[in-house]
Design a protein around this ligand. Structure first.
Ligand code: ZN
Length: 625
């Protein structure tokens, strides 16, 4: 994004802040802080329902209550307003009518009668089955269970929360506890900012694993659908301990008082990955601690969300930092927030022993191939995938390679790998991106706090590490259209991106997860195992033959669709010049497409280039243990 626009963004943010400060003065019932009591009754969690009761101090007159809309870490207006049901407002035992705002769906207006000093607000949070709760566990996201006076800063709203657990369930959270009984927990008063940043996990099957022995607590808290799923190998725990050591060595200082990985294991509770200052929500499949493929995937997730405590929570783009949950966020620097985190999310598990070097190479190869083969590169610069975060996260799967989706993660990874390799080469191995992380994210140990930055701040600190035209480097890769992905980190790091018939391990795992076959680098499509095309690249043989996402393969060369038939047909086509014949169903019509392809199956890998030093090896070797 041009610098002029960045300046405009900052000015808009300043104006918004002034408006909010003024609103505070008039709406915060005459006080700088407001203390709300919140009780969450989770005894019906197994049926996807939480009961919320709030006591909100008020003054007589018009009042607007607001439901969190822009959720930190989601970078989008993803507040689950449709899941707020059964709303009732009472004062002194009498019902108070409310009216939703005509335009802002997250705001509720009411009139506080004379003589009333507090409202009792009750509602249910009913989540979609498979999102936050299962029959045996739940993730409690506090933003789903609160309303607060509109216009107040989330730092100025104080909350004393309590939680009633289902009988026999246990819980974990970074929220400080004041006292607890068998089934009820009372928490210390915190700001609404800290509350929303401190989710809880609860479950019938629960386990804690200590990850450090020093003064600062690091803990893996696990809830699972079954007791068996909690079993974890000693080698995995050692990897988690190393992850803590490696991250602390990388950044040089921490910005939390304690850290908890809140791990949920369920095939029905939905996958999750959400960062917080002092914890992360890590939701994976029930067998993630025993299935080798899922365990590798978990290493990436834990490394990514943990790195966010520094990159995203502590250091955060100024435009992405909002005073409440209502002002819009700006996503144009997400290639730092998410892109650098995506890179560290693969480097840290490799340094920790949770990943092998082969895992790292296969993962980088899969990312590089996917980004390099996006047909949407011709129209869409990387920055636009970040600026449009409000719509890119939820954009449809069909035509994804032409749309480009959340590429600021994956191309961001390639960009930061290239920066790392560049620093290492130019400094003859004396410096690396670790030095940038030290300067940018480290400093002194502090409790949770936010230190904002701009594009210029990133370029300036890179320059402090190693003088270079970093503004030009970043501008070219972020703001300009480039038909090829930035592969300099791979090629200058002593490796080559190659394609051969051996399946890529990460591509194979993705295919297993979504029940698909990835022929993106050969025929040019990804197909579900029922024959439905998920995506087609227009510039490939399949795209040129007229195939499109949504079409369903009926037969190939006259044989009924199956994955084996497809594999066999692609293999046979290598030895002849006859196009492959695909009969497809397009809505209620059937049609035939001739796909002229004879190159066999192709999957991406990294291959060592012995003419250059192995800098990727340097990047992923253990640094702290
Ligand atoms: Zn992230």
């Amino acid at each position: 994004m041009p610098k002029t626009n960045l300046r405009n963004h900052r000015r808009q943010n300043l104006l918004m802040l002034l408006v909010v400060l003024q609103l505070c003065a008039v709406t915060a019932v005459g006080q700088n802080f407001l203390s709300i009591k919140l009780n969450v009754n989770a005894t019906a969690a197994a049926r996807n329902m939480l009961r919320s009761t709030l006591i909100i101090p008020v003054k007589p007159g018009p009042l607007t209550l607001f439901y969190p809309k822009w959720i930190p870490g989601e970078h989008s207006p993803t507040g689950t307003i449709n899941d707020l049901v059964g709303l009732e407002i009472h004062a002194n035992g009498k019902s108070i009518p409310w009216k939703r705002d005509d335009v802002e769906m997250f705001a509720f207006h009411c009139e506080v009668p004379a003589g009333v000093s507090a409202l009792e607000v009750t509602f249910d949070d009913v989540s979609q089955p498979g999102t936050t709760m299962t029959a045996r566990l739940a993730r409690l996201k506090w933003n789903r269970v609160v309303l607060y006076p509109r216009g107040m800063s989330s730092d100025a709203v104080r909350v004393v929360a309590s939680l009633k657990l289902p009988p026999g369930w246990k819980y974990a959270t970074s929220l400080p506890v004041s006292r607890e009984t068998r089934d009820e927990v009372r928490f210390k008063e915190v700001s609404l900012t800290e509350l929303v940043d401190s989710p809880a996990i609860l479950g019938a099957n629960f386990r804690k694993v200590a990850l450090s022995s020093g003064a600062v607590l690091h803990e893996m808290d696990i809830v699972a659908d079954t007791p068996a799923a909690l079993e974890v190998k000693a080698q995995t725990v050692t990897g988690w301990e190393n992850l803590v050591k490696e991250a602390n060595t990388l950044f040089g200082a921490r910005h939390y008082r304690s850290y908890r990985f809140l791990l949920t294991l369920s095939d029905y509770g939905g996958s999750e990955g959400l960062e917080h200052h002092e914890s992360s929500e890590d939701g994976v499949g029930e067998r993630a601690l025993s299935d080798p493929g899922q365990l590798i995937d978990l290493g990436d997730l834990l490394g990514h969300e943990y790195a966010h405590s520094w990159n995203g929570k502590y250091r955060r783009p100024a435009d992405l930092t909002i005073p409440d949950f209502e002002q819009p966020m700006h996503g144009d620097l997400l290639w730092v927030y998410e892109g650098l985190t995506e890179y560290l999310g693969k480097v840290l598990p490799s340094r920790s022993g949770l990943w092998t070097s082969e895992n790292f190479h296969e993962s980088v190869a899969a990312v590089a191939a996917e980004m390099d083969n996006q047909s949407g590169r011709k129209w869409r610069p990387l920055v636009d995938t970040a600026t449009a975060v409000q719509i890119t996260y939820s954009s449809p799967r069909a035509w994804m390679n032409y749309r480009r989706r959340v590429d600021y993660y994956f191309e961001g990874l390639l960009l930061w790998l290239e920066a790392d390799v560049l620093i290492r080469r130019q400094s003859q191995g004396k410096l690396s991106l670790d030095d940038f992380c030290h300067r940018f994210h480290g400093g002194q140990d502090t409790p949770p706090m936010v230190k904002t930055y701009t594009f210029d701040d990133v370029a300036t600190v890179l320059n402090e590490v190693m003088p270079y035209d970093w503004r030009g480097f970043l501008n070219e890769r972020v703001n300009l259209i480039a038909v090829r992905a930035p592969l300099g980190g791979i090629t200058n790091g002593g490796w080559k991106l190659v394609y051969n018939e051996t399946p890529n391990e990460e591509v194979k795992f993705s295919d297993q997860q979504r029940k698909s076959l990835n022929f993106a680098y050969s025929l040019g499509f990804i197909v579900k195992d029922d024959g439905t095309l998920l995506d087609v690249n227009l510039e490939t043989p399949a795209g040129k033959a007229g195939l499109a996402p949504g079409m369903k393969l009926i037969s190939i060369n006259g044989r009924s669709w199956s994955s084996d038939v497809l594999h066999d047909a692609v293999a046979a086509a290598k030895t002849n010049t006859t196009p492959l014949e695909f009969l497809v169903e397009n809505g209620s019509f059937q049609q035939t497409h001739q796909v002229d392809y004879h190159g066999g199956e192709r999957y991406p890998h990294l291959e060592r280039d012995a003419t250059k030093p192995d800098l990727l090896g340097e990047i992923i070797k253990p640094h702290a243990h």
